[in-house]
Design a protein around this ligand. Sequence first.
Ligand code: SF4
Length: 90
Amino acid sequence: MTKNLKDPKAPSGPTKVGQFIVHIDRDLCIGAGTCVALALKAFALDEQGKAVILDSADKETEDMLLEAARSCPTAAIILKKESGEKIFPQ
Ligand code: SF4
């Protein structure tokens, strides 16, 4: 399996990262890797070419996580607050 995952039971989330709950919709993810390039500590691609959330994700700033989510060509990265309020996509 890919590097150190934040939650091995749910490699693509939903997983708490900082103040966000991060979830990658694996059906939408096309493995474009934009998120990995922008937030190397938070995301990696697994052997299926789908983005997963790394153990080191907390080292990325919330701004960078948001930037990565905004940059995903298929809007596969879903960010929520712990309250359930959606941050992205809106
Ligand atoms: S940018 Fe989006 S499509 Fe590309 S790997 Fe990340 S989640 Fe998947």
